[in-house]
Design a protein around this ligand. Structure first.
Ligand SMILES: Nc1ncnc2c1ncn2[C@@H]1O[C@H](COP(=O)(O)OP(=O)(O)O)[C@@H](O)[C@H]1O
Ligand SMILES: [Mg+2]
Length: 585
């Protein structure tokens, strides 16, 4: 379950960060508008300290009567400017952030669609979903919220420091000596944030996975009364998530008081020297109060700066987990060879295949030829490699040795999309999308006309039940086709294959989930579908393979018998034995 994408440590945070910011580049202008707002916001802080000086100097030192107007008006205008700066510095960077999220999410989804089948075999879809929703959402933190705080509050601190130096540079220099200590503290806190963030992703992925499995398998959960078992699994993931989050919250909660306390020690020193200067009249009281105001104003942006590192690290960890997937190799485009419509000659030449090196070969030395338009039936025990054999044809997997050929050309030489255009697969697990029957038949054929869809529906006996529905072909099938029976779903998938109209057809136990009455319907639909196409049919029930041009019997990844129904029966081998067992049953 652990893929490289979820490696525990983010290898190079700086690199991930630069790459995230790369997504912001097209909207640099928008972001810069935000920076202008940040500068406005920062300037108002320093001006506020200056206003204190005007107020105290004018009212108590120089007794200037104009302060009664200047100070209140100044305060109102300052906060007006500050409001504008605040708005601009929130809105524009956030709009860049949402664009980054959208771009990244789109890229990740597109990648998921193109990753090799073997990757899907090894990864939980819950984990994938979690990355697509939760992780990517965190990226906004790193790319914009954090950047906004970083820039805005650094500018504020710089402006306030500049003001401090202007008022009294010796005191300001003294205050600044604390900076290295504070930055060291922040770096320490930082690294713990990163560790906890990565753990949070893992636990969130687990929460999603357990939930998704329970929803997908809701009927199984019910009939096995496994609610409490699933609840316990969920509780484990949920608790791990809470625990990791609390570690992060703890680190975050600690960081503030620690940094503030160190700052307070500095403040005490500054106050000591400032008061002694006031007492010796080296410093005026309005300067002193204004200096103090600026110093106190620094603490708020400083606190925000310290707090921003948590979300920033979270965003970087999230970005790393997304890039890890985006950087994986897609299944590729295949070769150069391309045909409008293949004849449909299929050949396996010395084909061997292994899913995982530690599990040994699943297919070995498969040799077979199916001339165009013929039907090959594949029978054998479950686990003997039948599905694997046919999966090599549309290149869900590639042969480890030997080659699979279509019209004499290695399937790896075909452009992948072109190869898959030649093959239709109808399997036991029918995949329907939560849409109308019509849209499900036309899946992958956005250009199909209504007449073509209806013809396919008619040929696959979909019309037989669609006619009874008030909305006909426009009836919605429900989540994964839940509103239809197994036989009805299967007929839709056959109509889909009829519409695709390929020279090669693969039927992988297409009828084994059905009762015999629906099977009869489907057999008729399949017979129509098979005519004129090269067909590989994997069948459970031998009655459905009797008419095949050739039958192969597989066992443990090898072909153990081959011939027509009559020849195999006469031989009295494995096939004859299987036949006898079914006949008796
Ligand atoms: N995606 C997979 N990853 C690893 N092993 C697999 C995978 N699919 C099937 N297998 C293994 O390969 C063998 C053949 O499986 P399969 O071709 O599905 O058999 P059949 O269709 O004849 O029942 C089985 O031992 C099965 O456990
Ligand atoms: Mg199978």
């Amino acid at each position: 379950m652990s893929t490289p994408a979820t490696a525990l440590v983010v290898a190079n945070p700086g690199q991930v960060y630069r790459r995230l910011l790369g997504y912001a580049r097209p909207w640099l202008g928008t972001f810069l508008i935000g920076v202008v707002g940040m500068a406005m916001f920062a300037a108002t802080d320093a001006l506020l300290a200056y206003l204190v000086k005007i107020f105290l100097g004018g009212a108590f030192v120089e007794h200037d009567p104009r302060v009664i107007w200047i100070v209140p008006l100044g305060a109102v205008s300052l906060f007006f400017l500050r409001g504008i700066g605040d708005y601009v510095s929130t809105y524009f960077p956030a709009s860049v952030g949402r664009r980054i999220i959208k771009a990244l999410r789109g890229e990740l989804f597109a990648k998921y669609l193109r990753l090799p089948v073997s990757w899907f075999d090894a990864t939980s879809t819950g984990e994938m979903l979690s990355r697509l929703t939760f992780n990517i959402e965190q990226v906004a933190e790193a790319t914009t919220n954090a950047v906004t705080v970083l820039i805005r509050d650094t500018l504020t601190i710089v402006a306030l420091l500049g003001y401090l130096f202007w008022v009294n540079w010796q005191l300001a220099a003294f205050a600044l000596t604390l900076a290295p200590l504070i930055s060291w503290l922040i770096r320490r806190i930082n690294s713990s944030f990163r560790r906890y963030s990565t753990r949070i992703y893992h636990s969130m992925a687990d929460v999603t996975r357990v939930a998704k499995e329970s929803f997908d398998g809701q009927r199984i959960v019910r009939v096995f009364n496994a609610q409490s078992q699933q609840e316990r699994a969920f509780e484990t993931a949920n608790e791990a998530n809470r625990h990791s989050n609390m570690r992060l919250i703890n680190a975050r909660a600690m960081s503030n008081p620690v940094v503030q306390f160190v700052a307070a020690i500095g403040l005490a020193g500054v106050l000591y020297f400032a008061i002694s200067q006031v007492q010796t009249r080296a410093m005026r009281v309005d300067d002193f109060m204004s200096f103090l105001t600026a110093l106190l104003l620094i603490t708020a942006p400083l606190r925000r700066l310290v707090n921003v590192f948590g979300p920033l690290q979270q965003g970087i960890a999230a970005g790393a987990s997304v890039f890890a997937v985006i950087d994986m190799a897609s299944e590729g485009e295949g070769g150069q060879h391309s045909v409008t419509r293949a004849r449909g000659d299929i050949e396996y030449r010395g084909v061997g295949f292994t899913y995982r090196d530690d599990k040994g070969p699943v297919l070995h030395d498969i040799d077979l030829k199916v001339p165009a338009g013929h039907t090959l039936a594949i029978v054998g025990r479950s686990g003997s490699g039948k599905s694997t054999l046919v999966a090599l044809l549309p290149r869900f997997y590639d042969a480890a040795s030997g080659s699979v050929r279509l019209d004499g050309v290695d399937v790896r030489e075909f452009a992948l999309a072109n190869l898959r255009d030649q093959v239709a697969v109808v399997s036991q697990e029918v995949v329907l999308f939560n849409d109308t029957i019509r849209a499900n038949i036309a899946f992958g054929h956005p250009g199909a006309t209504a007449a073509q869809v209806e013809a396919a529906a008619e040929a696959a006996f979909v019309m037989d039940f669609a006619r009874e529905l008030p909305q006909g072909l426009d009836a919605v099938v429900g989540d994964r086709g839940a509103l239809l029976s197994g036989g009805q779903r299967q007929r839709i998938s056959i109509a889909r294959a009829i519409l695709k109209d390929t020279p090669v057809l693969v039927l992988d136990e297409a009828t084994s989930a059905l009762d015999s009455e629906s099977e009869q319907h489907i057999q008729a639909a399949l017979a129509r579908l098979q005519s004129g196409r090269t067909t590989l049919v994997i069948a459970h029930r031998l009655s459905t393979v009797e008419r095949a041009d050739e039958i192969i019997v597989m066992d443990a990844g090898a072909i153990v018998e081959r011939g027509t129904h009559a020849v195999l029966l006469a031989r009295g081998g494995v096939y004859a034995q299987l036949h006898r067992m079914q006949f008796n049953a």
